[in-house]
Design a protein around this ligand. Sequence first.
Ligand code: FES
Ligand code: MG
Length: 572
Amino acid sequence: MSDTKAGRGLARGLTNYGDPDFSVYLRNSFAASMGYSREVLQKPIVGIANSASGFNNCHRHFPELIEAVKRGVLLGGGLPIEFPTISLGEVFLNPTSLKFRNLMAMDTEEMVRAQPMDAVVLVGGCDKTVPAQLMGAASADLPAVQLVAGPMMTSRYGTERLGACTDCRRFWGKYRAGEISTEQINDIEGRLATTAGTCAVMGTASTMACIAETLGMSLPGTAAIPAVHADRLRAAEASGLAAARMIDHPIRPSEVITAKSVENAIRVLLALGGSTNAIIHLTAVAGRLGIDIGLERLNALSDETPVLVNLKPVGENYMEDFFFAGGVGAVLRELKPLLHLDTISVTGETLGDRLELDPGFVDRRVIASADAPLEPQGGLVALFGNLAPRGAILKRSAADKTLFEHEGRAVVFSSLADLAARVDDPDLDITADDIMVLQNAGPKSASGMPEAGYLPIPKKLSSKGLKDMIRISDARMSGTAFGTIVLHVTPEAAVGGTLALVRTGDRIRLSVSEKRIELLVDDAELDRRKAEWRPETVPLDQRRGYDWLYASEVLQADEGCDFGFLKARPKG
Ligand code: FES
Ligand code: MG
C-alpha cells in the first residue's frame, strides 16, 4: 500500500480505480509532474474557473485578472488552480448566446464538482457567462466567489462619447434612416468598443454584475469597477483571498442565494432600470435552489421600487460614471428601507453591516435619491392577458410613455426570416399606430430566443423620423436597447401560445397601467385558429446533440429558460 498522503485539496473526489490509495498515489504523481512541490500540494485548493476565449472580447484581460486572483489565494494560504470552461462571447455565437448558457452552466457545475477543489472563484463577465457561472455554482454548492470582468471604458467619435452598445444601436438607427453615411458608420464601428471589459452601459452584463453583488456572490463594491482600472485587479486579489478564507469557514451559495437575497436583487434590477434579460437569468439562478420568482411578485416589487440610476440605455451616463458615482453600494443605501438586511455575502458579512460600513459617497448626477427618483416605479413590468397568459415583459423605463395605453392593428411577421424579407419593403402596409408582432422567436423556436425583439422600425417609417412603435414578440431584447417593446411572451408561438394565432389586421390592446396585453379576437375564433395551427419549429426527430437537448428540455421564459432537469428537485 502506498504511504503517500494526498493533500487536503487534492484528496477531494478521487478518480475511481477501485483502489483509493492507488488513486491518491497517481494523483500526487501527476500533480507533481506539473512542478508542484509536495509542500504546496498539501494546501487546500481554490479553483479558478476561467472563461477567457479568443471569441470573447469582453474577457480579453482575464490573464492579468487571474494572476491577481492567484495572488489573493496564495495570500490566504490556498493553492490556486485555474481551469477552463467554455466561454460565451455575446456577438460571436450562432444563433444566439442564450442557447449555450445552460451548456456553460452544466460545464461549470460539473467541473467544479468533479475536480478536486475546496472553493472556487468564477471569473466571467459577458452577458451569459455570469448567469451560467452562478447557476452552475448554485447547483454545485461549493463555496464560490463571483468575480466579474468589469465594464469597458467609453470612447469618442468627434465630440461625442461612445459606449457599446446603446450607441451601436443609436448610430445604426441613424444609418438606416439615412442620417449618416457609410463612411461615417465604418468609422464609428472602429470606435464603439475599444477596451477590454463588458458593454459600457447598463446592459445585461452590467445588470448581472450588480445582481451578483446584491445577491452577495461578489465582493461588496466590485460590480462596477471598470475592467482596466487598477481597482479591478485589487478586487480580483480580494476575491481570491475571500475564496481561500472560505475553506476553513465555508459559506455555500445556498446560504447566500436565498429568497431574501433574490428579492433584494430584483429590487436592484428594478432600480437600475436594468436589462430585461436579467429577469430570465435571475429566475434561472434562483430556480437552481428551489426559489421561485413569480412575475406577479415582480410587479408588486416594481410598483414600489423607484428607478434611481441614470445610465444608458434608460438615461445618459455610462458604467464608468456609475462606478465613480458610488456604484451598487449607493443604490443599496437608497433602497435600504425596502431591503432584507440580514442576507449575507461570501464574506459572511450581512447586508445591514455592509451598509453601516459603507463610505457613503454618491454623485446625484448619476444615482438619484429615493426621495427624488428618476421614475417612481421600477424599470420592468410584467404584462398579462390572453396574448400572454403566463406573462410578458416590458421595460417601461426604456419605452415611450405615449404608447403605454394604446390599441392598434397587428402587423404580423411569422418568423425572423419573414421579418428580414419584408420589413423594409416599400409596399409594406404599416403605419406608426400599428403594432408589429414577431412570432416563432421564443426558446423552443428554431432560432432559440435571440435578441430580435427589438424589431427594426420599417424603413418607410424610420426614414420619416419615426423612432418608436409598439413591438411584441416571444424573443428577447439586448439589455442595451430601448423602445416600447413587449418581450418574452409566454407561452411562445412555437408551442402554440396565443401569439402564434395573431393575424395581420387583428386588434391588440396594450395597457401598462392595467398591466394587460390583449388580443381583441373572441375565444371561438381563437379556438378555430388553434385547431388549424401547426408548429413551425424543427421537429425533435430532425435534431441531434445539444440542439436536440435544448429544444426538448428548455423551459419557457417565466421559468428562466433553464432545462427542467437542472432545476432543484423538490425537497421531501
Ligand atoms: Fe460582452 Fe456586451 S458583448 S457584455
Ligand atoms: Mg447584451
